[in-house]
Design a protein around this ligand. Structure first.
Ligand code: HSE
Length: 309
């Protein structure tokens, strides 16, 4: 195989209570990468579409090409020549793992072209390099579920210990992206560095509750564990009408609600697709009244991760 086209999914990082340690993948939106092997050694990013010229085309600075370079260096395959096209199909700075989707599509593509030398889990550290480039910190809670599919727990960063969690079949994410941009870098800087012990107790109880809910297939337990007393109080200020969006989600049948990643997207979990749709409709109507454009995505959890198109 000389050329490949890959789709990699958006992700909901944190899953409300698990800042930097929990995430899951969805079926849409996502990004696409076209990659081909060429004779001349080196990694070249030829073109980016759908980004309105906002992403760097410089191969050393773009997360897709830079992480492919890291991958080739690690495998001592810098003799390989690669040409890349990145097609952005999802909003940048949306809290849906936009940089992660691009980076993961690129890594999945090069790994396929070279004969699947590494597993999805083994690709995660290279994708984390891309996150470091994009937002200053190599967090794994977007790239790990984007690569591995389903829900993933980052049990530890040093050493990296990733746990694939069960994916409940009847679970739908109702995601709304209000069109106000919140770069992850800025959203990370506003978080308080110290937390109170009583808040930490609440938080780790909820993380354990959410993980237990996934193992027990107890969606109500997952929902009532979606509480964040550490990060949400600060970050929610950047999201217009956040508390009303929560009320609308819960009134319309959500099991839980919160910020997706670093925002401004919000998401709710629901037990069926029709309920998820009802939630996003109500929330979008509310945002329209506030004169804010929005996009909605309703999706089951994506268990497979990236795919060849
Ligand atoms: N865990 C990261 C954060 C996710 O909340 O900053 C960014 O999408």
């Amino acid at each position: 195989m000389k050329e490949i086209k890959v789709f990699a999914p958006a992700t909901v990082a944190n899953v409300v209570c698990g800042f930097d340690v929990l995430g899951f993948a969805v079926n849409e939106p996502g990004d696409e990468v076209v990659m081909r092997l060429v004779d001349e050694p080196g990694v070249r990013l030829l073109k980016i579409t759908g980004d309105d010229g906002r992403l760097p085309l410089d191969s050393a600075k773009n997360t897709v090409s830079a992480s492919v370079q890291h991958y080739l260096k690690h495998l001592n395959r810098e003799d390989v020549g690669v040409e890349i096209e990145l097609h952005k199909k999802m909003p940048i700075g949306s809290g849906l793992g936009s940089s992660s989707a691009s980076t993961v599509a690129g890594l999945f593509a090069i790994n396929q072209l070279l004969g699947n030398l590494l597993t999805a889990k083994e690709l995660v550290p290279f994708a984390m390099k891309g996150e470091e480039l994009a937002c200053g910190y190599g967090h794994a809670d977007n790239v790990a579920p984007a690569l591995m599919g389903g829900f993933v727990l980052v049990r530890s960063y040093e050493p990296l210990d990733l746990i694939a969690l069960p994916t409940p079949k009847d679970l739908f994410a109702a995601i709304v992206y209000p069109e106000v941009e919140v770069p992850t870098k800025d959203a990370r800087q506003m978080i308080k560095a110290k937390v109170l012990l009583k808040d930490a107790v609440t938080q780790w109880g909820n993380v354990a509750g959410l993980v237990s809910g996934l193992f027990l297939n107890d969606i109500d337990l997952v929902g009532r564990s979606m509480k964040d007393v550490l990060i949400e109080p600060t970050r929610s200020i950047l999201i217009p009408g956040f508390e009303t969006l929560r009320e609308l989600a819960m009134e319309n049948g959500a099991v839980g609600f919160g910020i997706s990643g670093s925002g401004p997207s919000v998401f709710a979990l629901a037990k069926d697709e029709a309920t998820a749709r009802k939630i996003t409709d109500a929330q979008q109507n509310h945002l329209t009244k506030l004169n804010i454009n929005s996009n909605a995505y309703v999706s089951s959890v994506n268990a497979e991760g990236p795919r060849i198109m």
